[in-house]
Design a protein around this ligand. Structure first.
Ligand SMILES: C[S@@+](CC[C@H](N)C(=O)[O-])C[C@H]1O[C@@H](n2cnc3c(N)ncnc32)[C@H](O)[C@@H]1O
Ligand code: SF4
Length: 394
């Protein structure tokens, strides 16, 4: 496969990046905008049973892709901060049982910023987590209420303060382009957030996902979000405020000080290999010279039973064609400010990118070529990224 980490002489420069994604599918309540694979359960979750299933799925995956060195691990959700620290520790032990773990491994856990969850932060640190990503979403109580969040702005800031003392690295998420939000109000909120952030922020434009309560409200005319122009102004504000504060976008929604990027997410965007473990997790594995797309059963209890019966929860496991691999590389890589290496696209696709289409996009100011030959989307091109990718894809 194409690990993307070979030197010009073709010698490996380092162990290729290999990520492990672990999905914890439970939340205390379902936020009205969210379409992640998250479920609310009123009965207690049998964490020991889940640990056994995670360990079994890790063993089955490692048997297919042995000998890897794990560079990043990411506990996503749902709400992983509802897990007991011992559960997180047991899953990390299972990862280390089957693969080597890089000495500088990045281990991130997504947390909801409530006071109850913050009490577990030290336990996660002791279990091996070294980075936390907090879903703050807004620093305004009325906005948090409208988003259906269970925490206040102050409670979220208190959780950020605890994260700062417990972990080497932390990040938090905010959602913008909320109903009625003006660029002025967003700039002020963002500046307050930056004062609390250390090295990384994820700033997502509110998306109305199909089949969510927000989609129904919007269809009923009861939820007015900024239109295309308004959203564009908020996006521009985001770029200006963050760049001025030394947190430029390294990906369309992610901002970091140089060197503080989330290495796990870079695994996806740079087209490296990763294992997806747990209900509804996706993976990309290189098996016998082919890149395979994997996905597991989404429903938590059905996933558990599947793993208990078969040793894994896979419902999709298919080899991708060259065209699919190349298009995915384009789709993911062009989200990054660093862009892509056209030669790598050519190796994957078996043909170069269309020079004529690149020239048109360049004339329109949507893409540019860097002095070292990389192709990247410009600041003006990012708001229309989907159209740029569609133009360049096979
Ligand atoms: C898996 S979720 C959240 C982790 C955690 N459960 C939480 O809510 O804090 C990751 C992030 O996606 C973002 N997100 C989820 N749904 C979104 C939507 N419809 N529009 C924009 N951002 C969204 C939120 O910022 C959220 O923190
Ligand atoms: S946004 Fe987070 S807490 Fe809310 S339902 Fe989605 S995963 Fe759960």
């Amino acid at each position: 496969m194409d690990p993307g980490t070979t030197s010009t002489e073709g010698k490996p420069t380092a162990a290729p990046a290999f990520g492990v994604y672990v999905h914890w599918p439970f939340c205390l309540s379902k936020c009205p905008y969210c379409d992640f694979n998250s479920h609310v359960r009123h009965a207690a979750i049998d964490e020991a049973r889940y640990v056994r299933a995670f360990a079994a799925e890790l063993a089955a995956t490692a048997a297919r892709v042995p000998g890897r060195t794990v560079s990043t691990i990411f506990f996503g959700g749902g709400t992983p901060s509802l897990m007991q620290p011992a559960t997180v520790g047991a899953i990390l032990d299972a990862v280390a049982k089957h693969w080597s773990v890089a000495p500088d491994v990045e281990v991130t856990l997504e947390a909801n910023p409530t006071s109850v969850e913050a009490t577990r932060f030290r336990g996660y640190r002791a279990a091996g987590v070294n980075r936390v990503s907090l879903g703050v979403q807004a620093l305004d109580d009325a906005a948090l209420k409208a988003l259906g969040r269970l925490h206040s702005a102050q409670e979220a800031l208190d959780a950020v303060a605890i994260a700062r003392t417990a972990f080497e690295r932390y990040s938090f998420d905010l959602i913008y382009a909320r109903p009625g939000q003006t660029p002025q109000a967003w700039a002020a909120e963002l500046k307050r957030a930056i004062a609390e952030a250390a090295e990384h922020l994820s700033l997502y434009q509110l998306t109305i996902e199909a089949d969510t309560p927000f989609a129904a409200l919007r269809a009923a005319g009861k939820l007015a979000i900024p239109g295309e122009e308004g959203a564009r102004a908020l996006y521009d504000t985001t770029q200006e405020v963050c760049s001025a504060a030394g947190l430029p976008a390294y990906e369309i929604s992610n901002h970091a000080r140089p060197g503080a990027e989330c290495r796990h997410n870079l695994v996806y965007w740079r087209g490296h290999e990763y294992a997806g473990i747990g209900p509804g997790a996706h993976g990309r594995l290189d098996v016998a010279g082919a890149r395979r797309a994997t996905a597991t059963e989404r429903r938590p209890e059905a996933w558990l039973m599947r793993v208990e019966a078969l040793g894994h929860g896979l419902v999709t496991d298919e080899a991708l064609s060259h065209v699919e691999i190349a298009d995915e590389f384009l789709l993911m890589g062009l989200r990054l400010a660093e862009g892509i290496e056209p030669a790598r696209y050519e190796r994957l696709a078996g043909r170069p990118l269309d020079a004529r289409r690149i020239a048109i996009l360049r004339d329109e100011g949507a893409v540019e070529t860097t002095p070292d030959g990389r192709l990247r989307v410009t600041q003006a091109g990012f708001p229309v990224l989907d159209a740029v990718v569609a133009d360049l894809a096979a």
